[in-house]
Write a protein that binds this ligand. Structure first.
Ligand code: ZN
Length: 315
């Protein structure tokens, strides 16, 4: 069996918070417990929102917590660059393959048009693209392009149901055509969409195991379709339950007290890892632990599939 390659793929739009931390901890445990390697890829596609200083802080934070990686980030490695903001040429190569397949078309819909009240919504709250620009003639497209630059969408077959087995959540099936619709590959400002970038990156970087937040579960079928179209090997997926505040709210970067900046002033790295491991079912008590202490007993079976509500007073 080939070696497991896991990854940290944080988006440095701010300091890490408990949700990111749990994701990195589980990605690390899952790869390391199988004797695998870990790649660090900085997901700063939206370079304006992700200054390099945050990426550097992120590396410091991971190191402080005892979560090491083998290649990537400022450390470099054979698959560099590891910053998505520097990989547009690579994404373009694969994007052009899709263009050659004849499955890419321009979409001139404004945000307002897409979010019209009548538009059906996906399970993740996004709008199902109704296909308004699917069949524009070349002349119509040229005319529309004079008014606004288009986004570029992937044309899906009229009926497309994808199924896969998530390593943690179990079987997942999605009717991609009905639940999502043709999705954006390249934004009107030229930036490649996350869906394309993540597929190209994970494949080229040899990632075999993707551990990430459950909020990305519903985008996995889109990515699987891209793997198939581009003839790239798809990794295994492990989606985590959401980490909720004690009152049941979703944790977000706006919760300042959950950011690592705040946590570092109150806790040692072992206290943070130990408490997080306790909340995620990996320890029976919130005792201090470093990531390596958790390796011998690690099993995905211990991690809940339901949302995890942080116990009151744990952090
Ligand atoms: Zn459109």
């Amino acid at each position: 069996m080939s070696q497991v390659v896991g990854r940290f793929a944080p988006s440095p739009s701010g300091r890490m918070h408990l949700g990111n931390l749990l994701c990195c901890l589980l990605a690390w445990l899952s790869a390391r417990s199988a004797g695998g390697r870990v790649v660090l890829r900085i997901e700063d596609l939206d370079a304006m929102r992700c200054p390099r200083a945050y990426a550097d802080l992120l590396e410091q934070d991971l190191t402080w917590l005892g979560l090491d990686w083998d290649e990537g980030g400022s450390k470099g490695g054979p698959h560099r660059p590891y910053y998505q903001s520097e990989r547009s040429d690579i994404y373009n190569t694969y994007y052009q393959r899709l263009v050659k397949l004849g499955v890419v078309y321009p979409c001139f819909c404004s945000r307002g048009q897409l979010h019209a009240a009548s538009a059906p919504h996906r399970s993740d709250g996004q709008v199902v693209y109704p296909g308004a620009c699917r069949d524009l003639t070349a002349q119509q497209a040229a005319q529309a392009a004079r008014r606004r630059p288009p986004a570029w969408r992937l044309r899906l077959p009229d009926s497309l149901t994808l199924s896969f087995i998530d390593g943690h959540m179990g079987p997942v099936t999605q009717d991609l055509a009905a639940d999502c619709g043709d999705f954006v590959l390249r934004r009107a400002d030229g930036v490649f969409a996350y869906q394309l970038a993540v597929v190209v990156d994970d494949a080229l970087m040899g990632v075999t195991q993707v551990v990430r937040g459950g909020d990305l579960l519903s985008s996995t079928p889109r990515q699987l379709w891209l793997y198939r179209l581009l003839d790239l090997p798809a990794p295994e997926f492990y989606h985590l339950p959401l980490l909720l505040a004690p009152d049941g709210r979703r944790l977000s970067k706006r919760d300042g007290d959950q950011s690592l900046e705040h946590l570092q002033s109150r806790y040692s790295p072992q206290q943070i890892i130990g408490r997080l491991a306790y909340a995620a079912g990996l320890q029976s008590a919130p005792d201090p632990a470093c990531p390596a202490d958790l390796l011998p007993g690690f099993s995905w079976d211990k991690v809940p599939r339901q949302d995890i509500r942080l116990p009151e007073g744990l952090f």
